[in-house]
Design a protein around this ligand. Structure first.
Ligand code: CA
Length: 238
């Protein structure tokens, strides 16, 4: 997912860029309204409303011409700034300072709201995941009962099958927090999820990074499955 960060404060922008990239987002930055308005359209804009060259609300209005989600960022927590955030026409707003876990959760919520079609039913190795109905079923149609956290983990992975989702991003999205020891909690939930899915290979571990959903059929390598109805002897072809 591509995020355009529009922010004139270099230090804040640099820190936010690093944090967002760590969460798996593709980030580019504009430091002025002019640069933002001429940038290629991203999926989502994080828009500082206090820009040097143009009023933030006007920037928001012009960006709105496209099909882009916008989260406005205002400088302080004063009532006036909250009102400006609400009236900017953005999908959501945040008041500085805020944590990356909160931002990540807001991004996910906004994307779910503005792009419901981005959550299609995904079938992986026979297991069918329907994020909108929160249902998971086997190839035979039997329902797999997951806890809320297990379902949210699976749903987070189904958004982009085959793409690695960093562990910190999963923690931020499912637990709305990252904390020391959180990764262990995540790993334990992932182990239970895999057991319930009945095919541990559906969720793949990328060591030191995170998890991803398998794409395509289960690998035949090493398993050398017999031809349907066959005796199990090696085939003669090739
Ligand atoms: Ca600013």
């Amino acid at each position: 997912m591509r995020i355009l960060l529009v922010e004139d404060d270099d230090r804040f922008a640099d820190a936010l860029t690093v944090a967002l990239r760590r969460q798996g987002f593709d980030v580019c930055r504009a430091s002025t309204a002019a640069a933002a308005l001429s940038a290629p359209e991203p999926d989502l804009v994080l828009l500082d409303l206090g820009l040097p060259d143009l009023d933030g609300i006007e920037v928001c209005r012009r960006l709105r011409g496209g099909d882009v989600a916008i989260i406005a960022i205002t400088a302080r927590g004063e009532e006036r700034d909250r009102v400006i955030g609400l009236r900017s026409g953005a999908d959501d707003y945040l008041v500085k300072p805020f944590g990356i876990a909160e931002l990540s959760a807001r991004i996910d919520a906004v994307m779910r709201r503005v792009r419901p079609a981005a959550r299609p039913v995904v079938t992986v190795r026979g297991v069918r995941v329907d994020p909108a109905r929160r249902r998971v079923t086997t190839a035979e149609g039997a329902e797999i009962t997951l806890t809320r956290k297990e379902f949210e983990l699976l749903a987070a992975l189904t958004r982009e099958p085959g793409v690695v989702v960093p562990r910190d991003r999963l923690l931020a999205e499912v637990w709305h927090s990252t904390w020391p020891g959180g990764r262990r909690t995540l790993d334990v939930h992932m182990a239970t999820l895999r057991a319930k899915l009945g095919d541990p290979g559906i969720v793949q571990t990328v060591h030191g990074v995170g998890y991803r959903l398998a794409v395509g059929a289960a690998p035949a390598a090493g398993a050398a499955p017999a031809a349907p109805g066959g005796s199990g002897r090696p085939g003669k072809d090739a």
